[in-house]
Design a protein around this ligand. Structure first.
Ligand SMILES: Nc1ncnc2c1ncn2[C@@H]1O[C@H](COP(=O)(O)OP(=O)(O)OP(=O)(O)O)[C@@H](O)[C@H]1O
Ligand SMILES: [Mg+2]
Length: 337
């Protein structure tokens, strides 16, 4: 099996709407792969097809080597899922939710107790094991769902918007767990998000999805290099002919060919790797007896990539409030259920 997930023209139509439009992805073992796209892009629909909850209209996918159309029950054995909506039971404790899930997956009683303990410790909820979920925060519910998703030893974990609507602190916490799941359990993870920082922090590779289509695919650095490189702004001590000398020497040394003066003392140098190039620029300056006073740099964001590809911003700032309202509503509903 070359890939853990391989989609082949995977497509879902809802009447006239093509929610997922012939997508082809190849995801390797141990990879964190992100589907990044705005609201309504088709992320959840893709996850629902890959986890066998929705039947594709056209095309198919192999998940852990099994065809989602032909062997859905085999696929389900191999995967763990954390849904976009909160799905744990508010009337039960964390431990009870885990127990119920273990029973659904026929995990032997003798093994289950130890497993639950280990996983609750993994997400640092062991102290909360016997507390009813109504008392959990949104971030804690998410952590419990991740632990639950890992209970039956899946080979692939699907995370649909793992930090939707959480505060920055809880989000950073969840990111840590996701990175640990990858590292300590060598898990393949497919996650969806419309947060650029999340995609960038977590994903080895990202597919940008819009209107059901994959419009770009690559590592975060590869995607960002589509909109030009990083720009380093160098301010030199005095404005004289030496700025021209510095620019020439930087070109000669092969650091960058794209150099522009932006003021009498400031050079803008476009490079493909800031951390590698800044020390080289300092070396060139020193060798030519030129004093650098200040260094700044800017790097393109994934939002710039999305803007370049679609002419739209990935999300407006108000979006985050929509997410928070949505998450709160979900938690309230889960509490009432
Ligand atoms: N059961 C359904 N019936 C009809 N249309 C649907 C159904 N489920 C999703 N859609 C539509 O398909 C499109 C893709 O929806 P999907 O939920 O996959 O997007 P998403 O990328 O997960 O968005 P979000 O960021 O809001 O979660 C949307 O236009 C949505 O309205
Ligand atoms: Mg969704």
């Amino acid at each position: 099996m070359e890939y853990m997930i391989e989609t082949k023209n995977l497509t879902k139509k809802f009447e006239d709407l093509v929610a997922v439009d012939h997508i082809n992805l190849e995801i390797k073992k141990g990879e964190i792969f992100g589907l990044l796209g705005p609201n309504g892009a088709g992320k959840t629909t893709t996850i629902h097809m890959l986890t066998t909850l929705l039947r594709p209209t056209e095309g198919t996918a192999l998940v852990a080597g099994y065809d989602i159309r032909k062997n859905p029950e085999k696929v389900r054995e191999k995967i763990g899922i954390v849904f976009q909506d909160v799905t744990v039971d508010r009337n039960l404790t964390g431990y009870e939710n885990m127990w119920l899930h273990g029973k659904l997956y026929h995990i032997p009683k003798s093994e289950l107790k130890g497993l639950i303990k280990e996983l609750l410790e993994f997400v640092e909820l062991d102290q909360w094991a016997n507390v009813i979920l109504r008392k959990y925060s949104g971030g804690m519910l998410r952590r419990l769902e991740i632990a639950r998703g890992l209970l039956h030893h899946p080979e692939i974990l699907f995370l649909d918007e793992p930090t939707l609507g959480l505060d920055p602190h809880s989000r950073a916490h969840i990111w840590e767990y996701i990175l640990r799941v990858k590292k300590e359990k060598n898990m393949t993870i497919l996650l969806t998000t419309h947060y650029m920082d999340e995609a960038e922090r977590l994903c080895d590779r990202i597919a940008i999805i819009d209107h059901g289509k994959i419009i770009a695919l690559g590592t975060p650095d590869e995607l960002k290099s589509m909109v030009g490189g990083d720009v380093i702004y160098i301010t030199i001590e005095r404005s004289d002919h030496r700025m021209k000398v510095l620019a020439e020497k930087i070109v000669e040394s092969g650091i960058s060919k794209n150099i522009k003066p932006v003021s009498p003392r400031v050079l803008a140098i476009t490079v493909n790797n800031v951390s590698e190039k800044i020390p080289l620029i300092f070396d060139v300056a020193q060798n030519n007896d030129i004093k650098i006073r200040e260094v700044r740099y800017t790097r393109p964001t994934l939002d710039d990539v999305f803007l370049r590809l679609t002419g739209r911003k990935l999300r407006d700032e108000k979006g985050s409030w929509v997410d928070i309202a949505r998450m709160r509503r979900q938690i309230r509903m889960a509490r009432r259920r």
